[in-house]
Design a protein around this ligand. Structure first.
Ligand SMILES: C[S@@+](CC[C@H](N)C(=O)[O-])C[C@H]1O[C@@H](n2cnc3c(N)ncnc32)[C@H](O)[C@@H]1O
Length: 395
């Protein structure tokens, strides 16, 4: 998102008052960040947003980076369940007065058809509701006021009608960072380069029960207790603003994973490429899943480009496997019930023996995209290890 500020100010003259004498946009001026953010949302997404000037102004590049990260996280699941895509819901915990994630999600992502935003602040929900109406997005964005601030996530919060015939693909959250005013001041002292005054309400910044770590810990614990089937394949996520929180959550998640209470988790720095507003502040993301068999999409094996046709040809010969292309025919998937590429199973199939069928099928999905192989779905490590060996031997 390259922003040409002076060009924008020709089209939106109210921006002109925020320019310095040297022609640079001055983010430190009162209202400057709100004004430019509204203009960008209008220009890029045709969204009519008027921010509540008493609340936090969301930095669009950083919000977008998180949305894109989430999109990558659940891409395969959505891609492979296109028939159900209409039923995917995303929940934004602490959506704020601008419901920025639901708005950007509707315009920018394919991971949900409906976004539910929750918040403890009824004024925020009122303001966000008026924006949803102003943009005619009532069918796609639903907002819920949380009456009990102890409840970070709880499926009973969400109107059961909204969850009927739907599945929750992902939950998002940008939690309050600080545990108290002192904590806030302490962190502010370490950011002497802050150019604009921070306007925000108490619940946006402070969570007295442990700040960011306390908030996300509670969110994690509550996610483990959700019984609603709509969350079966859900990835729970949160943005994190403090490196210390990442380290503490890493410890917590390691233990939960060891005790098999979470199936997988990831903590990563969020790549915020955009320099629209000022040098970007570091942000991290955490994601965890209790049940999902879909994996975080990391390339696990590289195969030379030159062999791709041959790989496709060979994989296409296996029994109990289906091979199919993605929408744009740029990658293909192998969906297998049994690892029929192994010598053992090949022999059984050749001699028309079916002992292997007795053990029950173990669905796995692998994806070949570019020169990378991804393990997309499934838990059968034997299938993954043996297909890797098979692929590496193709010449
Ligand atoms: C840092 S702000 C994020 C606002 C918006 N999502 C954004 O990114 O700009 C945190 C939000 O969480 C809300 N919040 C605090 N406790 C909450 C709770 N228990 N449940 C839901 N929202 C909560 C606050 O009112 C605030 O709007």
């Amino acid at each position: 998102m390259d922003v040409n500020f002076s060009k924008l100010s020709e089209e939106f003259p109210h921006l002109k008052k925020h320019f310095k004498e040297n022609g640079k946009y001055d983010f430190g001026r009162e209202g400057a960040v709100y004004d430019i953010s509204e203009v960008i949302l209008k220009k890029v997404y045709d969204l009519n947003i008027h921010f509540d000037r008493t609340k936090l102004c969301p930095r669009i590049p950083n919000r977008l980076a998180y949305i894109k990260w989430c999109e990558r996280l659940v891409h395969e699941r959505c891609e492979l369940n296109k028939d159900k895509a209409e039923g995917f819901i995303s929940i934004d915990i602490g959506t704020g007065s601008s419901a920025i994630y639901p708005f950007l999600g509707v315009k920018h992502s394919k991971f949900a058809s409906v976004f539910i935003g929750t918040d403890v602040d009824p004024h925020s929900i009122d303001h966000a509701s008026s924006l949803v109406h102003a943009n005619g997005l009532q069918d796609r964005i639903k907002l819920v006021t949380v009456s009990n601030s102890e409840e970070i996530i709880n499926s009973s919060l969400i109107d059961s009608e909204d969850l009927d015939n739907h599945v929750v693909s992902i939950t998002m959250c940008n939690p309050p960072f600080y545990s108290s005013h002192e904590d806030l001041l302490h962190h502010a002292q370490n950011k002497p380069d802050r150019t604009n005054v921070l306007t925000a309400s108490e619940s946006e910044l402070i969570y007295s029960d442990g700040g960011e770590f306390g908030f996300v810990s509670k969110y994690v614990e509550q996610s483990l207790r959700i019984k609603d089937a709509a969350f079966n394949e859900c990835w729970f996520t949160s943005q994190l603003g403090l490196k210390g929180t990442c380290d503490r959550l890493d410890e917590k998640m390691k233990e939960l994973k060891f005790n098999k209470l979470v199936k997988a988790y990831i903590i990563e720095e969020l790549i915020i490429r955009d320099m629209t507003f000022r040098p970007t502040t570091k942000r991290w993301v955490i994601a965890w899943t209790v049940n999902s068999k879909f994996h975080y999409p990391i390339p696990r094996l590289r195969i030379p480009n030159i062999l791709l046709d041959l790989v496709y040809e060979k994989l296409n010969t296996f029994s109990y496997c289906t091979l199919y292309f993605d929408e744009y025919k740029t990658s293909f998937y192998l969906e297998s019930e049994y690892p029929t590429w192994t010598r053992k199973l090949q022999r059984q199939i050749k001699f028309k023996r079916s002992d292997f069928l007795k053990n029950g099928s173990q669905k796995c999905i692998f994806k070949v995209a570019g020169d990378c192989v991804y393990w997309v779905y499934g838990e059968d490590n034997y299938s993954w290890e043996t297909i890797k060996t098979y692929l590496l031997k193709i010449r």
